[in-house]
Design a protein around this ligand. Sequence first.
Ligand code: CA
Length: 538
Amino acid sequence: MKNLFFFLFAVFFLLACTEKKQTSPSESHVNKKSPNILFIMTDDHSRHAISAYGSKLIKTPNIDEIAKFGVTFTNCAVTNSICGPSRAVALTGKYSHINGFKDNRSSFDGNQQTFPKLLQKAGYHTMMIGKWHLHSPPQGFDYWNILIGQGQYYKPIMIENGDTSELDGYVTDVVTDISLKELKKRDQKKPFCLMYHQKAPHRNWMPNVKHLNLYKDDTLPIPDNFFDDYTNRSKAALEQDLKVKDMYMSFDMKLHPDSFLNGRDSFVDYSGTKHQYKKETGTGGSETWDPVFNWKHSYDRLSAEQKKEWDKHYQPISEEFFTSSYSDKELAVWKYQRYIKDYLRCIVSVDENIGRMIAYLKSTGEWENTLVIYTSDQGFFLGEHGWYDKRFMYEESLITPFLMKIPNSNSSSTNSDLVMNLDFAPTILDYAGIEIPYDMQGASLKSSVEGNPLSRQGQYYHYYEFPHGWHKVKKHYGVRTKNFKLIHYYSDIDEWEMFDLKNDPHEMNNLYGKLAYAERQEELHHLLDSLRAHYKDQ
Ligand code: CA
């Protein structure tokens, strides 16, 4: 009996070791079967502007192609809804308070561990092309070519492995041209990881001139809560600076830069018509940022030929504005139409260029064995609550698009687990067969994709950029479950919000402190406390 016990134990031990050997990625390194990684990230792309998510505004056939042969995640939250911080989280798999990049004024400590570094070490050819926005040189890449800061839509200035140059063309095309060139000339024996990160559709939404006529004569639908008055919400919702109605007539609405030149009371347009000078009255910038100067700077990057096309489109719009009078409400709607059309035109370029990337990978036979991720650095308001931009923990900016084509799989599925951008790094490492470092705070989603739901009960969020910086969204943190959300605003106020996401999906009615929800509120507080402890954010 004793011998039998010993025998069974030995068999079990051997099996356990074999099991470990088969599944542990610790000894893995790249081989012919290692999947390529194509990590596509755009900037400020709301999932409400992707047809795979049911958009009523736009068709995005090439982005949809990723969904058609992959997983559509419907509940992917970012941990801190703003450009630089979100990118730092994606690279490290760690929250902002751990990776050190809390707001856009931060500088990324490039010496820390990132998933591209781990891929490179394991034998991947790693490339970072496009928007970086982390204020320190990229590390862990065999090739990098990045925009400076936010980058420019036209004639972008890029830094290629340390050398700066100005490139002709439209940024979305330029970033794709470079990416295709580097995919072709890389060491073909190694699997690749390409971070293909577009600037579009970030503000100020300058379309490619060839797309200016899209939507021209359309009237696009306005969200039901566009005229939100922010009653039944905290002071944070009331006191922001995110309103479409306050967008700059220069930088955002793109009236001809000459119409804002100081020291003049009128200007003459290209057709010889004289117009009265309009004073810039918008908001939505930082204390030291000049919208007119920045608009002129952006406009002047167009070539003479591009300016001709540009003016042909925008001049009649400017003239219509100068010769009309609008009520406040009418002007808000007018601005919304201008905003949303330019935003969508920028996405058409993104989608076209993704089509070029997919076609190339199919032509080389690499598409099958490539893990493709499509995501944005966060969501975005497309007029909901009367807003543009992001930052708030509300659904439109918190939930980001996330589509993932699995290597060597053609099946399509929808996944509603509570995933986060914190999970990108461990997920990529897992698919590459590389050990996930113990200190990454996210979870691999491979198991979730294979049908084992993620056990996560809530998504923890923390936003920091206040009072300095843009848009005046107060500091806040909170937790989101599938059905509820609890938010705490702090710094110059101390207020809570709680929303019932099933019955109030647009978050118009704060339930915090309501007797009927007392028990639920208590549960959410406990969950929030436990997540703050778990992620060491206390
Ligand atoms: Ca962004």
